[in-house]
Write a protein that binds this ligand. Structure first.
Ligand code: SF4
Length: 346
C-alpha cells in the first residue's frame, strides 16, 4: 500500500497543471486492472486514462463472424472457437444463438483432438485475436494438422491500429501504456515508432496496479523533461526483441494484409491471413466464403470506444438495454471489452 501511495503522490506532483493528458492503454487486461482497482479515481483531474483497442473480440469483423455462423450451420462442419466469440452479436444473431454445430475451445491445440475424433466432419477453427493468439495458432499448424482441419482467420495486429490512433486528431493520444502480453511476443522494440516518429511517450507495463502506476510515473517524467522515449517496466516478461520463435512461426504461415476492424473499416497491413501455399487450410478459400456487408448495431458506439473517442457511459444503451447477459454490441461480450469491464467494476 505504501508503494501505491508513493506512486500516486508522484503522479500528482509530476502531472502538468496547465494541460490535460490522455494516456491510452491498448490491452483489455490493463483496462481491467485500471477499472477494478479504481486507478482512475486516484489520478489528478487533468489525467485521463483511456481504454483503446485492447479487445480482439470487439473489433472482429462482422463478416467473419457471420461466415463462422453460416459454417456452423452446415451438416458437414464443426466450428470451434473461443468462448467469447460464441456470444458476439451480429445482424443475424450470434454463433451460439444460431443453433449450429459449434464447440468452445480455450486454446488452438484443442481443435486437433476434435478433428481427430471426428474424421467424417470438417472442423473449422475460428482463430480470432491479436499477436498473442496468432502465435499458438501458428504453433498448431507447425505440429501438422489432419486433412479435415481448417482455419478461419480473423487475426489483427496491435502496432498498426495504434498508428491509426496517433494519426487521428479526434483521438489526441498524449502517451501509450503498451500492452504487456502482446509485447512479450512482438518485443518492446515494436513500439519504438511512437516516441521516434510521433513524439509520443510509450511505456510497456504489466498488469499489477503498482506496475501500471509506475508506467504512468515514467510517462509523466518524460513529459516533464520534454522527451518522448520507449521504456519498459515489465522487463521480467518483455524483452526488446520479443519471442523470436513465435515471430518466426507466425510469419512462416501468415502474411500481413489489409483487414476489416468492426465499425472502423479496412486498415492496411493491420491483420494476418494464411499464406497462399497454405490455401488448402484456409476456410475462406476452401468454403469460398464471401465478404458480407457490415451493419452498425443501432445505438452502439463500440467503434468509438475502441478508438478512445468515447467512454462506455457515453452510450445510451449502457447498463439499460445492453448488459453482459444481453449484449447489444461486441464491447459488452468479452471480459476484455471496455463496456463489459465498466459494467462489472466501474
Ligand atoms: S454499451 Fe453495448 S451498445 Fe453501448 S457501446 Fe457498449 S457494447 Fe455497444
Amino acid at each position: 500500500m505504501d508503494r501505491i501511495r508513493e506512486l500516486v503522490n508522484l503522479i500528482h506532483s509530476l502531472a502538468p497543471k496547465d494541460k490535460k493528458l490522455k494516456i491510452m492503454n491498448v490491452c483489455g487486461s490493463h483496462e481491467h486492472t485500471i477499472t477494478y482497482s479504481g486507478l482512475r479515481s486516484l489520478m489528478p483531474k487533468n489525467i485521463e486514462l483511456v481504454p483503446g483497442p485492447g479487445c480482439p473480440v470487439c473489433v472482429c469483423s462482422e463478416s467473419d463472424i457471420i461466415n463462422a455462423i453460416n459454417l456452423s450451420k452446415r451438416d458437414d462442419v464443426i466450428l470451434a472457437t473461443y468462448g467469447d466469440m460464441l456470444r458476439v452479436p451480429t445482424k443475424v444473431g450470434s454463433i451460439r444463438s444460431s443453433g449450429g454445430n459449434y464447440l468452445m475451445v480455450s486454446a488452438p491445440h484443442e481443435v486437433l483432438k476434435v478433428a481427430l475424433e471426428n474424421p467424417q466432419k470438417k472442423v473449422v477453427f475460428f482463430s480470432v485475436g491479436f499477436e498473442t493468439t496468432t502465435a499458438p495458432t501458428a504453433a498448431l499448424l507447425e505440429m501438422g494438422v489432419p486433412d479435415n482441419l481448417f482455419i478461419l482467420t480473423s487475426q489483427k495486429l496491435t502496432p498498426e491500429i495504434m498508428e491509426v490512433l496517433v494519426n487521428d486528431s479526434e483521438v489526441g493520444v498524449d502517451a501509450f501504456v503498451a500492452p504487456g502480453h502482446v509485447s512479450a511476443i512482438v518485443g518492446s522494440k515494436a513500439w519504438e515508432i511512437f516516441p521516434k516518429n510521433y513524439g509520443i511517450p510509450t511505456v510497456v507495463a504489466g498488469f499489477e496496479p503498482e506496475n501500471l502506476l509506475l508506467a504512468i510515473v515514467k510517462i509523466l517524467y518524460q513529459i516533464k523533461k520534454g522527451k518522448a522515449e520507449l521504456e519498459n517496466v515489465y522487463k521480467g516478461v518483455v524483452k526488446p526483441e520479443g519471442n523470436r520463435r513465435a515471430q518466426e512461426l507466425i510469419y512462416k504461415y501468415f502474411y500481413k494484409t489489409s483487414v476489416n476492424w468492426r465499425g472502423i473499416g479496412y486498415i492496411p497491413d493491420s491483420g494476418l491471413e494464411l499464406k497462399e501455399e497454405y490455401g488448402y487450410l484456409d476456410a475462406k478459400k476452401v468454403f469460398n466464403l464471401p465478404e458480407i456487408k457490415e451493419e452498425k448495431v443501432p445505438g452502439c458506439i463500440c467503434h468509438e470506444i475502441v478508438l478512445g473517442k468515447s467512454y462506455p457511459t457515453d452510450c445510451k444503451l449502457f447498463k439499460k438495454v445492453c448488459t453482459p447477459r444481453n449484449p447489444k454490441g461486441p464491447c459488452m461480450v468479452s471480459h476484455e471489452g471496455a463496456c463489459n469491464i465498466w459494467y462489472r467494476f466501474s
